[in-house]
Design a protein around this ligand. Structure first.
Ligand code: IFM
Length: 471
């Protein structure tokens, strides 16, 4: 039995309730309809890279089950569905367009609109075409220009029907983790490549915002996974320094170029050995800071941080993988994550709903140019049990979601301009280097039969949406 009740709250008019997925995690059809390898297909072939040796070839077969999945979304009463486009499906071999791949997304958008669901499109959720990685991927500035060509193609095909466009999802993971600590595709461990990837993704974002804006797009944004880096002991300079470094590399290296047109001075200094200054060309930051219509915030947990090696470190991580303490991109010998004794999800992430409230409020206080916020991902993995009758009573996930929604309400009451909430995820799916081991869905997927079953958390979320709309 879940324990936590929604706090009575008058949600702002037009507040969007949605759910999110990503192409690589759900679509399958890994090499069908003209799609070729993304970096994740290639990474999955590296022995030991993915738990259980899992791959993305079938995933949860959304590619073939799309109309039924949209019907499921409609049955939950979702206002919006946040999905991503597979670049390797649309432009598989670097530059040639694959009309069949694009057509899948066109059909998806029509299906969503037919069901009264707002399509919320993300252009890049980590799955670079392998053909581009073979030309040095995001470490190569040219990839930013290829991204704009791809974004322009997608806009030309869908811009008549899709209103909300996100350039990148969690660039922290696809740059620093993918190129620096190697726990995400393409699995590189090269501090210089990681720092170049950050900057080239920023550039790709800014160029795409300008291109899509010129083509007529009106709701353009980016999604970041942000954390509160809380020093374990605010009077201990070692802990304070560790928190500063994490804040620099997880938050400000993204927020400040995008919102203020400059890298933080301390970040530039920390990353000097990795050549950040050298990859920045003269007009880049004015391109990167093109005005945004929204900022997506993904949040699962925040971090208590220490600079002491013995501070009972955990492996929790903001955004999808175990943190590599002391890996080249972090530029710090020790950043550790002491336990606060809070409950943990199956990812070993602490449950601290108040961290979401703090983050949303803090962003508004710290950034004068902050556009409206959307919580574009929030949710939890737990080891679900299927009852004899096939139902899934996922009370921990239900409580997690309700408690975080309550904190979004508190943040709005405290002045944060939050306009939507998307639960991660609609479906159990491929959780990157964890393979199919971790279940985030509010809908269970039986990975053998691919049958979908709405969990209690999905029913509760649907009831919440109904109640808000009825109020
Ligand atoms: O599954 C991921 C998603 O792709 C990006 N944000 C975090 C989720 C959970 O790890």
């Amino acid at each position: 039995m879940s324990q936590i009740e929604p706090t009575p709250f008058t949600w702002p008019h037009g507040f969007i309730w949605g759910s999110a997925t990503a192409a690589a995690q759900i679509e399958g059809a890994g090499h069908a309809g003209g799609k070729e390898d993304s970096i994740w297909d290639a990474f999955a072939r590296v022995p030991g890279a993915i738990a259980g040796g899992d791959d993305l070839e079938t995933a949860v077969d959304h590619y073939h089950r799309m109309p039924a999945d949209v019907a499921l979304m409609a049955s939950l009463g979702l206002d919006a569905y946040r999905f991503s486009i597979s670049w390797a499906r649309v432009r598989p071999c670097d530059r040639a367009l694959n009309p069949e791949g694009l057509d899948f997304y066109s059909r998806l958008v029509d299906e969503l609109l037919g069901a009264g669901i707002l399509p919320w499109l993300t252009l890049y959720h980590w799955d670079l075409p392998q053909a581009l990685e073979e030309k040095d991927g995001w470490a190569n500035r040219e990839t930013a220009y290829r991204f704009v060509e791809y974004a322009t193609d997608v806009y030309a095909a869908l811009g008549d029907r899709v209103t909300h466009w996100t350039t990148f999802n969690e660039p922290f993971c696809s740059s620093l983790l993918g190129y620096g600590s190697g726990v995400h595709a393409p699995g590189r461990q090269d501090g210089g490549a990681a720092v170049a990837a950050v900057h080239h993704q920023h550039l790709a974002h800014g160029l795409a915002v300008n291109a899509l804006r010129s083509a007529g797009a009106q709701h353009l944004g980016i999604t970041l996974n942000l954390t509160n880096a809380v020093p374990r002991d605010a009077t201990d300079p070692v802990d304070v320094e560790a928190a500063r470094r994490l804040d620099s590399l997880a938050n400000r290296i993204f927020l400040e170029p995008l919102l203020r047109g400059a890298y933080p001075v301390d970040t530039l200094h920390d990353l000097e050995p990795f050549g950040l200054a050298e990859v920045i060309h003269s007009d880049d930051l004015s391109i990167i800071s093109a005005p945004l219509d929204f900022l997506g915030v993904n949040h699962y947990h925040d971090d208590l941080v220490s600079g002491h090696a013995d501070a009972s470190a955990s492996d929790s991580h903001a955004g999808g993988a175990a943190r590599s303490v002391g890996s080249p991109w972090i530029g710090s010998e020790y950043i550790t994550f002491p336990s606060r004794g809070l409950p943990r999800t199956a990812m070993d992430w602490e449950v601290n709903a108040d961290g979401l409230r703090l983050l949303l409020v803090r962003l508004g206080e710290e950034y004068e140019q902050l556009p409206p916020l959307y919580v574009t991902e929030n949710g939890a993995a737990y080891d679900d049990t299927v009852s004899a009758d096939g139902s899934v009573h996922d009370s921990e996930r239900t409580d997690y979601i309700v408690s975080h929604i309550n904190k979004v309400a508190e943040a709005i009451a405290a002045g944060a301009d939050v306009r939507g909430y998307f639960v991660w995820s609609l479906l159990d799916n491929f959780e990157w280097s964890y393979g199919y081991e971790k279940r985030f869905g509010i809908v269970r997927v039986d990975f053998d039969t691919l049958q979908r079953t709405v969990k209690d958390s999905g029913r509760r979320y649907a009831a919440h949406i109904r109640a808000v709309h009825a109020a």
